[in-house]
Design a protein around this ligand. Structure first.
Ligand code: LLP
Length: 427
């Protein structure tokens, strides 16, 4: 990763600062984010997609006001999926027209706020929502730009809980059985809505472009049907996010320019076949932008050697700052970072301090046999869906996020305190 490097003395540094110094200053556990790397990834996506496409960063992966500012400065748009994310985006100065609002069960209040703010698009997820958004927009005297989210029936090869385009799940409106065509029919009739196009998101942590290919083909086919039935060519398709990153050395993700090229080729070819003009494409990468930009730093506590099995290395965090291993059986790697060691590798399992045996951060990893309490270890690629899915389980205090750039470190989300916990407990 670009994020963590060793200097000439062999000490690990991030953004020009020694990791051990970061631990001293900010404590552990903590997430450290390489701002320059985040910005470089934003630029790589934006440049890869050029002027023919829009990149919406998926805020659910990780969102803070600093991140919103970076996105704004790097020319990206932002996808939010709750009132909370919308508030964060607007309060950090993201122009409403660069925001897309997602969700399968947006509340009336959330929709009202989004329409009032003038968000660039709302992604409609159900028949009820088509009516709801149209009604609210009309009441507010607006014509709200929208996309309709469809499920294209693709089985993405990823964990069941993060695959989203097969038909038996809660998101979107099925292409099958003419459901999506009916949704379009209704949306086109409603004065409060300006139908921009069709949205499809097939899942997450995907490496194989085949799923996107099928998805794009089916969405373009629907655009053709819409043209035939209504005489309108919808100007946009959004192919969602989901592009995989390397969590361990076994993963081999594509670069943004390869993805952009592949998607553009598929859409152009399908549109030629359907004799449609090529719509504007948008994509919504979250993990691919923020995942590799951060790592979690932990301090080693208890170490238990289980004869003939493995060594359990307990750290000062766990499933409350990274639920992904427990939830998705996710793979991570780990490295000793506070010193170098030439000791033999020992098979280790990095576990947290929670009252649950599934509280595992890294299932199987080799750490040096002389590992000792007090050592610092780092788990890379925790920028996406770790802080954003963090919990207070066992009244753990959620760790801070520290942005490191050019020799300077700055807290962008502070560490939670016991006062924060008690402040919510008003009973
Ligand atoms: N667009 C939509 C409509 C989505 O639902 C998602 C993710 C994205 C974009 C961004 O996907 P990405 O590029 O980040 O894969 N918590 C899970 C992932 C759930 C993703 C939900 N939606 C995890 O930790 O792997």
């Amino acid at each position: 990763s670009r994020t963590v490097t060793r200097d000439e003395q062999g000490a690990l540094t991030v953004g020009g600062i020694e990791v051990a110094r970061l631990a001293e200053e900010f404590g552990t556990p903590a997430y450290f984010m390489d701002e320059a790397d985040f910005r470089a990834r934003c630029r790589a996506w934006r440049e890869a997609f050029g002027t023919q496409a829009d990149v919406f960063y998926a805020g659910k992966a990780f969102l803070s006001r600093a991140v919103v500012k970076w996105l704004y400065e790097e020319g990206l748009n932002l996808d939010v999926c709750s009132g909370g994310e919308l508030t964060t985006a607007l309060s950090a100065g993201m122009p409403a027209e660069r925001i897309a609002f997602h969700g399968n069960n947006k509340s009336e209040a959330e929709i009202e706020r989004a329409v009032e703010a003038g968000v660039g698009r709302i992604v409609l997820d159900s028949f009820q929502e088509i009516a709801r958004v149209a009604h609210i927009a009309q009441r507010l005297g607006r014509r709200q730009p929208v996309l309709i989210r469809v499920t294209v029936g693709v089985e993405a090869h990823t964990h069941e809980f993060i695959a989203t385009a097969h038909e038996d799940q809660k998101f979107g409106i099925a292409l099958a059985g003419g459901q999506a065509a009916e949704a379009v029919r209704r949306a086109l009739k409603l004065d409060g809505l300006e139908l921009l196009g069709i949205h499809s998101h097939i899942g997450s942590q995907i490496f194989d472009m085949a799923g996107f290919e099928v998805s794009a083909r089916r969405v373009v086919h629907l655009l053709g049907q819409i043209r035939d039935e209504h005489g309108v060519e919808l100007p946009e398709i959004d192919l969602g996010g989901g592009l995989g990153i390397a969590y361990t050395s076994e993963d081999d993700p594509s670069e943004p320019h390869e993805i952009a090229k592949a998607l553009a080729e598929i859409v152009t070819r399908e549109c030629e076949t359907a004799r449609l003009s090529t719509p504007r494409i948008s994509v919504e990468p979250g993990r691919a932008i923020v995942g590799p930009t951060a790592f979690t730093l932990y301090r080693v506590g208890t170490i238990k050697h289980l004869e003939g099995l493995r060594t359990y290395v307990s750290v000062d965090g766990g499933m409350s700052d990274n639920i992904r291993t427990a939830l998705y059986d996710a793979e991570y790697s780990v490295a000793l970072v506070s010193r170098t060691s030439t000791a033999e590798p020992m098979l280790s399992r990095v576990v947290g301090k929670h009252c649950e045996s599934g509280d595992i951060v890294v299932k199987d990893a080799f750490l040096p046999a002389d590992l000792a309490p007090g050592d610092l270890i780092a788990v890379p690629a925790t920028g996406a869906y770790c802080r954003s899915m963090a919990s207070n389980y066992n009244h753990a205090l959620r760790p801070p996020v520290v942005a490191v750039n050019d020799g300077e470190a700055r807290v962008i989300i502070r560490r939670e305190t016991e006062e924060d916990l008690l402040a919510l407990d008003v009973g």
